[in-house]
Design a protein around this ligand. Structure first.
Ligand SMILES: Nc1ncnc2c1ncn2[C@@H]1O[C@H](COP(=O)(O)OP(=O)(O)OP(=O)(O)O)[C@@H](O)[C@H]1O
Ligand SMILES: Nc1nc(=O)c2ncn([C@H]3C[C@H](O)[C@@H](CO)O3)c2[nH]1
Length: 199
């Protein structure tokens, strides 16, 4: 069982991945954002650091997900990202020759990775994303541009409108699974139902 969680910045992917992994007896597969040395620089000067930040993400995501094919998944895995997110961000941050080169790399790597059995797409309006980003308090995200979040959210909408694998869309602003309460049980039950139905 391989479950992946996607959605825009701050929507609650990691929080849900931890919760679901525990509830399903699976292993959480979490991206370590702090490992990317180019990310804080990217937020200071997007044009200059976009390519470096993106190639670092591409390679580290590829390496982490390629391991899923190499070893048996006893209890399954719940990942807090999809490989697809890499090209989705790149389509907004790169252009010209850098975009062309990036796309060659992406197209070479992407077909080698397994597709999730179930993908959860978390959606929330931009003001909710901004509030969750503020609450989490990563320093380099402090001045994040709402227009960037809007463009990302639209790119996610377009991506999942024609996504060819089993998908469950959740309105993440209506579900607070970040604390104890009925929303936690609700979301776990929904995911279990989708996994056993194989939809
Ligand atoms: N359903 C929720 N309701 C309310 N707050 C939430 C919810 N999910 C997550 N949060 C809070 O929002 C913040 C961001 O959550 P989280 O780090 O899980 O987001 P993310 O989607 O993994 O972010 P990123 O895209 O940056 O990796 C955290 O402070 C978390 O506690
Ligand atoms: N440029 C760029 N490309 C990516 O593929 C990418 N994936 C995530 N991020 C940023 C968003 C959050 O600040 C933080 C955590 O998601 O990292 C990215 N930034």
């Amino acid at each position: 069982m391989y479950v992946a969680i996607e959605g825009p910045i701050g929507v609650g992917k990691t929080t849900l991945a931890r919760l679901l992994a525990e509830a399903l007896g699976a292993e959480p597969l979490l991206e370590v954002v702090e490992e990317n040395p180019f990310l804080p620089l990217f937020y200071q000067d997007r044009k200059r650091y976009a390519f470096k930040a993106q190639v670092f993400f591409l390679l580290s995501r590829y390496r982490q997900l390629a391991r899923l094919k190499e070893r048996p998944l006893f209890g399954g895995v719940v990942a807090d990202y999809l490989f697809d997110k890499d090209a989705l961000f790149a389509s907004l941050t790169l252009e010209g020759a850098e975009w062309d080169l990036y796309l060659e790399l992406y197209r070479e790597l992407s077909p080698r990775l397994p597709a999730p059995d179930l993908t959860l797409y978390l959606r929330a309006p931009v003001p909710v994303l901004l509030e969750r980003i503020r609450k989490r308090g990563r320093p380099f995200e402090a001045g994040i541009d709402p227009a960037y979040l809007e463009a990302l959210s639209e790119a996610y909408e377009r991506h999942f409108a024609r996504y060819p694998h089993p998908l469950l869309v959740l309105e993440a602003d209506q579900l607070d699974y970040s604390q104890e309460g009925p929303d936690r049980e609700r979301v776990v039950a929904l995911v279990k139902a989708h996994l056993s139905l194989g939809v």
